[in-house]
Design a protein. Structure first.
Ligand SMILES: [Zn+2]
Length: 143
């Protein structure tokens, strides 16, 4: 299988409102989001996927919807209180705590249709890895 990866750095503030300790409070990281796409069949151009369009779509989406955003659980009581201070007028809310693991799953479901549109049936594998800190990452691949 061949694979390509697209890595993008984004700044995100989050908190784990159910956690005890320091993670309970708002704090920020520079997160590295890596999207890995694999196939058994290269295109006629000899590529997994045309790199420029997928890179542009992934990075554009991350910059518009994630970078410099506040990431919270949809059930976090801080959501309405922080809205006026958030890029775009609202925090980015996901189901469950905004951990690297659940952000990876959330982004997998965002990027799968994007990659599928570019690769059609040649897509065999998609993995999103979220690196919250150096030497600490979580991945989701839909399997
Ligand atoms: Zn954190």
């Amino acid at each position: 299988m061949w694979a390509v990866t697209i890595a993008t750095d984004v700044s995100i503030v989050h908190r784990l409102h159910r956690a005890r300790g320091r993670s309970h409070f708002l704090h920020g990281h520079t997160w590295t989001i890596t999207v890995e796409v694999g196939t058994y069949d290269l295109s006629e151009a000899g590529t997994v996927v045309e790199f420029a369009p997928i890179k542009a779509k992934v990075r554009e989406w991350l910059v518009q919807h994630v970078d410099r955003h506040v990431l919270l659980a949809a059930t976090d009581p801080a959501v309405p209180r922080l809205a006026e201070f958030c890029c775009g007028g609202a925090p980015l809310c996901i189901d469950g705590e905004p951990t690297a693991e659940l952000l990876a799953k959330y982004l997998y479901h965002i990027f799968y249709p994007v990659v599928k549109e570019l690769m059609a049936d040649r897509i065999k594998y998609l993995k999103v890895t979220v690196c919250e800190a150096e030497r600490l990452s979580a991945s989701y691949d839909g399997l």
